[in-house]
Design a binder for this molecule. Structure first.
Ligand SMILES: [Zn+2]
Length: 238
């Protein structure tokens, strides 16, 4: 029996004939099963493999700052590197599918760990409402949906919100950053989070002040446990 052909698929095929989807890394046409990056560029992503090492750089950065189960980052973020290019497409060109793609790849990595099996839900670090309105979306949410598609976990995007629109963190000292982030987050419907293991997701880890502030807010919920997952980790901490 011949396979059913959908008009949608024919139209997609025609569009791709005239406007083939290109790899964001090398600009070559993508093959049928490839998304965002061709296989060769995907293999060049500077993956950390931190999920196999409990004492990794992400975990070390948060050690002693708050209580967590596991902390990991997917790939190294370097200036002009492939990950910077992908995150730029996501954040500043609004290509949400790039975020979903990265989250999906990360999901396959995390699937290999035991700790991820005890996670109940995924929470993307929220943006302040004004910032989200200006950008049109939250990049961490796209990553969370990619992770969710592999790990089959719900994404909770209304349980934590940002109540303070913090200014730029880049020129501040660590204590100034923490002061700036103090009480930046608040929780809605805390009862539904009681006893849950939350995977807190963000795009790039630099100082960790935002994640720390969000985690400290969530940890006020009774019995809640936290693990941290970021797509990028800044290669050089300055
Ligand atoms: Zn490529």
């Amino acid at each position: 029996m011949p396979a059913k052909v959908h008009i949608k698929d024919i139209w997609k095929g025609i569009c791709e004939l005239f406007y083939p989807a290109l790899c964001l890394g090398c600009n070559r046409s993508l093959r049928g099963h490839e998304k965002v990056l061709c296989l060769s560029c995907q293999m060049q992503l500077p993956i950390t493999s931190y999920h196999h090492q409990p004492e990794n750089q992400t975990a070390i950065l948060f050690s002693g700052r708050f209580r967590f189960q596991a902390a990991t980052s997917f790939a190294y973020f370097t200036k002009d590197g492939l990950l910077q290019l992908l995150l730029h497409e996501l954040k500043y060109k609004g290509r949400k599918k790039v975020g979903i793609y990265m989250g999906t790849l990360f999901g396959y990595e995390l699937q290999q760990t035991n700790w991820v099996r005890t996670v109940d839900c995924i929470i993307p670090v929220p943006l302040h409402a004004k910032k989200q309105q200006a950008r049109g979306f939250n990049q961490s949410e796209c990553i969370a949906y990619g992770l969710s598609s592999v790990l089959q976990l719900p994404v909770l995007k209304h349980h934590v919100y940002r109540c303070k629109n913090t200014d730029s963190q880049t020129r501040k000292t660590r204590s100034q950053r923490l002061e700036n982030m103090n009480e930046a987050f608040a929780i809605k419907d805390a009862a539904s989070l009681e006893g849950k293991h939350v995977l807190l997701v963000d795009d790039v880890l630099t100082t960790g002040a935002t994640l720390e502030s969000c985690a400290l807010c969530l940890l006020q919920v009774k019995g809640l446990k936290i693990s941290i997952a970021t797509i990028g980790i800044a290669y050089c901490f300055c």
